[in-house]
Design a protein around this ligand. Structure first.
Ligand SMILES: [Zn+2]
Length: 324
């Protein structure tokens, strides 16, 4: 086989590492999981340990890895330094990459986790063969990435492709970014939970409320999902309300970038059966020229939680080939 690639995806709660065969990257050959630590020193240690474990897995397979990539949940500047990261604040502006490279004695490619996930989906997932793609990763917040003409759009400072902070309602709900009305306050897991809490406080969504122990403040997105799974009509209605918010942002993305498709990923991709049809029904109404002259395909990511790690490995391999 070709020399394998190692990819790591650093999430808010866990680090997932994979070994892939570049000729068949969709199914990792080995995986390693660890908890995301709370300090930058521990982060370097966990990344180093994960890489070492995966290097050993590679040597068991034969050749040593051709490249190592790490996807991080934040804005990565053109020097590979993390600049904005609400879920990894301790690592902002810190020399994580040089510290990791010194620790493991090998070069490491760093990139944004959503860029990695989109790259993987474009190579071996939902966006195979497409040249113009947008990923909206609906999780606790909304991550995103943009592919134009087959390349990832990074922007001047690395901030391109952050659709979660498009404002969809002036003077709307406060966002951790400091502004109001950002899309991710409405079309994320947090947004779904808020829709359900508002309904419960208004005396609706009784089945959802029961799953949260009767306390509206305790309602989470998963309570809505579980009630909808059980066929609760009110929970299904909450997902329809949620879908309308998803459709507004997806429509904005089509209007701005004219992608071949918008890929919905993130943790809420697992719940797409409860809102995807409604999103597909609503999006054309949000998009200039939809229907007669342009398609507005909305699809669900195919690679699941491994997408970021697979993409980090593929992008690291690509960068190594360019240098080599
Ligand atoms: Zn925001």
């Amino acid at each position: 086989m070709a020399r394998p690639l190692v990819g790591l995806d650093v999430g808010g709660t866990k680090v997932l590492g994979v070994v892939i065969d570049p000729d068949a990257p969709g199914t990792p050959l080995a995986e390693h999981r660890a908890a995301t630590p709370a300090t930058v020193e521990e982060l370097v240690e966990v990344l180093a340990t994960t890489v070492t474990e995966l290097q050993e897995a590679c040597s068991a397979l034969g050749p040593s890895p051709a490249a190592i990539g790490v996807g991080l949940p934040g804005v990565i500047d053109h020097d590979g330094v993390l600049r904005g990261a609400p879920n990894l604040r301790h690592a902002i502006d810190q020399p994580v990459r040089p510290a990791l490279e010194a620790r493991i004695g090998a070069p490491v490619w760093f990139g944004n986790d959503a860029d990695c996930a989109l790259w993987a989906e474009a190579q071996v997932g939902a966006g195979r063969g497409a040249q113009h793609l947008v990923l909206a990763a609906l999780g606790t917040g909304i991550g995103g990435a943009v592919m134009v003409d087959g390349g990832l759009a990074r922007g001047m400072h690395g901030y391109a492709g952050e659709p979660g902070h498009m404002v969809v309602e002036r003077d709307g709900i406060a966002c951790p970014c400091g502004r109001r009305g950002c899309w991710e306050r409405y079309a994320s897991g947090a947004g779904l939970a808020r829709i359900a809490r508002d309904a419960a406080r208004a005396g609706r969504a009784t089945a959802v409320l029961a799953r949260a122990g009767g306390d509206p403040e305790a309602i989470r997105g998963e309570h809505v999902g579980a009630a909808a799974d059980a066929g609760d009509a009110e929970a299904v209605g909450l997902f329809a309300e949620f879908a309308a918010w998803v459709a507004i942002g997806v429509g904005n993305l089509f209007n701005l970038l004219d992608p071949e498709m918008v890929i919905l990923g993130g943790g809420l991709a697992d719940r797409a059966d409860h809102y995807l049809d409604e999103v597909r029904r609503l999006v054309p109404g949000e998009v200039l020229g939809a229907g007669a002259h342009r398609a507005t395909r909305v699809v669900v990511a195919e690679l699941g939680p491994s997408a970021g790690a697979i993409g980090a490995a593929l992008l690291a391999g690509r960068a190594a080939r360019r240098v080599g």
